[in-house]
Design a protein around this ligand. Structure first.
Ligand SMILES: [Zn+2]
Length: 277
């Protein structure tokens, strides 16, 4: 023990002496180091100041206000954009149904302990909710991805049902559009929900999913789907090349449950596709 620590002490001394010798050989080096330290200190003060302000803002609830404002503002913008095409009432209902879909994701994220951002709406593209932090594994990601279409589809069917019961054409049209919206999100290509669900299976499923996406494009000729396929191809290549170790290793039972839930939801949506159209 004593011998060991003695040897360690001596080697540290030698190292210190070598460092002093080297600094004497290159006087410029030390000056540079000091300067960079000063730079770091200044950056540190700036970061500390920023964090203090951020803490203050959070304390005042200001940040929460901004986040809610972001949702509200983009929601209103989307309603305005859709209203030009379809009228105010339909636009309002459509954006609310998208909001319900996003709330499904938000609830699942809360259940999984993943901090969620505020939902943001993009006119004629849709809406998204940011996930702050990496999910534990592909199973968690699939459950969060599934929750949006599950809650969104339940709302769509409720609106369809109300439309049928009340013989309301607006409600029928809204329900039908929401069924389409949720089905579109289940196309198994990232960044769509379906693509993140397909991630719970082996990498081969991404190829099958992408092929299904191309079939869907040929059927619908949707420009939005074309964009999704281009973005999706890039994502797939990235994920294929750099797989996260252990991320995709799920128990077979969990895989089966995810597959059954996905198949049931798609079947239900396809079965109700002609209602209200
Ligand atoms: Zn979604």
């Amino acid at each position: 023990m004593t011998d060991g620590s003695e040897a360690e002490r001596r080697s540290r001394e030698v190292e210190n002496l070598r460092a002093v010798y080297q600094s004497l050989q290159r006087p410029g080096a030390q000056a540079r180091t000091r300067q960079s330290h000063r730079g770091k200190a200044a950056a540190g003060v700036a970061v500390a100041g920023f964090l203090f302000l951020l803490g203050k803002a959070k304390f005042l609830g200001f940040l929460a206000g901004v986040l809610k404002f972001k949702t509200l503002a983009t929601m209103l913008l989307s309603i305005g954009a859709y209203a030009i095409e379809w009228g105010w009432l339909f636009a309002l209902g459509f954006v609310l149904l998208m909001f319900v879909h996003e709330m499904g994701h938000a609830l699942a994220m809360r259940a999984e302990g993943i901090p969620a951002g505020a939902p943001v709406f993009i006119p004629f593209v849709g809406a998204f909710i940011a996930m702050h932090g990496q999910p534990r594994d592909a199973g968690v990601e699939a459950r969060v991805a599934m929750a949006g279409p599950v809650v969104g589809s339940l709302a769509a069917w409720a609106v369809l049902g109300a439309g049928l019961a009340l013989e309301q054409r607006l409600l029928l049209a809204l329900g039908h559009t929401a069924v389409l919206l949720n089905l579109f999100n289940l196309v198994p290509v990232p960044p769509l929900d379906g693509g993140r669900i397909a991630g719970a299976f082996t990498r081969t499923y991404w190829l099958i999913g992408y092929a299904l996406g191309i079939v869907a494009l040929l059927v619908t000729w949707s420009p939005l789907l074309l964009i999704v396929l281009v973005v999706g191809l890039w994502t797939l290549v990235q994920r294929w090349r750099n797989p996260v170790p252990g991320y995709d290793s799920l128990p077979p039972r969990q895989r089966t449950l995810i597959a059954l839930a996905y198949a049931a939801l798609v079947t239900g949506l396809v079965a109700t596709l002609s209602v209200g159209s």
